[in-house]
Write a protein that binds this ligand. Structure first.
Ligand code: ZN
Length: 247
C-alpha cells in the first residue's frame, strides 16, 4: 500500500499531472500504446473494440438522424490544466437534446492536433464538449478547429489558460457560453466510441460536427505552448459504422 502510494506520488510530482491514478502521457513508456498495460482499470484501452478516436473515412448519409438541439447557457468561467489538457468545467451551462435524450454539458477541453481525422486528415485542434444524461451516459460533441481568424469565443479561455497543472480556478467576472464555440451548421458524423483518455471507457456517443470553426495561429500556438501534442492515435473501427447527418 505504502509503496504504490509512493509510486503515484513520485510520478505525480515529476509530471505535474493533476489527476489521480496511474501516470500516463502521450508519448514514450507511458504513451497510448502502453495505457492498457498500466493498470487493470485501463485494460479496455488495449482490449476495447469500440475505441475513440477514429479516422472517419466512410459515412452513410441518413435522413432520419435527430438534429442536435443545443440549448447552452452562460456559466462562470472555471478552468483547470490537469496535465493532459486545458479543461473548462461547466456548472449550469445548459445542454443538448438529441432525439429523446437530454444531455447536460459537464465540461469541454482541447486536443492538438484534433484526435479525430476526416479522410485521414486531422484539424489543428479540436474542442470536445462532454455531456451526461440522467443515467450517466456520455455524449461528446467534437468541434474541429482549423487555423484562420481569431476565435472570439475562445479568447476568455485561451487568455486565462493555466500554464502549469493545478486545481480548478475560477476567473473573476468572466463567463462562457458554449453556444459561442459552435459553427453555424450542425451537421455531424455519429458513431459509438470511448473516452480518448484512460480509462478509455466505452459506451460514449460521439457527434463530430462536419463544419469546423477557426482560431488564429497565435491562439493555437498559445495552447501548444502548454500542451504540445495531446492526441491519442486513431483506433480501429472494427464492426462499427459511421452515420452522417447533413447540415
Ligand atoms: Zn477529449
Amino acid at each position: 500500500m505504502k509503496l504504490s502510494k509512493l509510486a503515484v506520488l513520485c510520478c505525480f510530482a515529476a509530471s505535474g499531472a493533476w489527476a489521480a491514478g496511474p501516470h500516463w502521457e502521450y508519448e514514450g513508456h507511458h504513451g497510448p500504446a502502453h495505457w492498457g498495460e498500466m493498470s487493470k482499470d485501463f485494460e479496455v484501452c488495449g482490449l476495447g473494440k469500440h475505441q475513440s478516436p477514429i479516422d472517419i473515412r466512410k459515412a452513410e448519409m441518413k435522413a432520419d438522424l435527430p438534429e442536435l438541439a443545443f440549448d447552452y447557457a452562460a456559466s462562470p468561467l472555471k478552468i483547470i490544466n490537469n496535465g493532459h489538457t486545458v479543461q473548462v468545467n461547466i456548472d449550469a451551462g445548459g445542454g443538448v437534446k438529441i432525439g429523446d435524450h437530454v444531455y447536460r454539458l459537464v465540461q469541454f477541453h482541447f486536443h492538438t492536433p484534433s484526435e479525430e481525422r476526416i479522410k485521414g486528415k486531422p484539424a489543428d485542434m479540436v474542442a470536445h464538449l462532454v455531456h451526461k444524461d440522467d443515467a450517466g451516459k456520455l455524449a461528446v460533441v467534437a468541434v474541429l478547429i482549423k487555423k484562420g481568424k481569431e476565435n472570439a469565443a475562445l479568447k476568455p479561455v485561451f487568455d486565462n489558460m493555466p500554464i502549469g497543472a493545478g486545481p480548478v480556478h475560477g476567473v473573476e467576472g468572466l463567463s462562457i457560453n458554449a453556444a459561442d464555440l459552435l459553427p453555424a451548421k450542425h451537421g455531424y458524423y455519429h458513431f459509438e466510441g470511448s473516452l480518448t483518455t484512460p480509462p478509455c471507457s466505452e459506451g460514449v456517443r460521439w457527434y463530430v460536427l462536419s463544419t469546423p470553426v477557426e482560431a488564429s495561429a497565435d491562439q493555437i500556438k498559445a495552447f501548444q505552448k502548454i500542451h504540445k501534442h495531446n492526441a491519442r492515435p486513431v483506433q480501429p473501427l472494427n464492426d462499427r459504422s459511421v452515420v452522417e447527418r447533413a447540415g
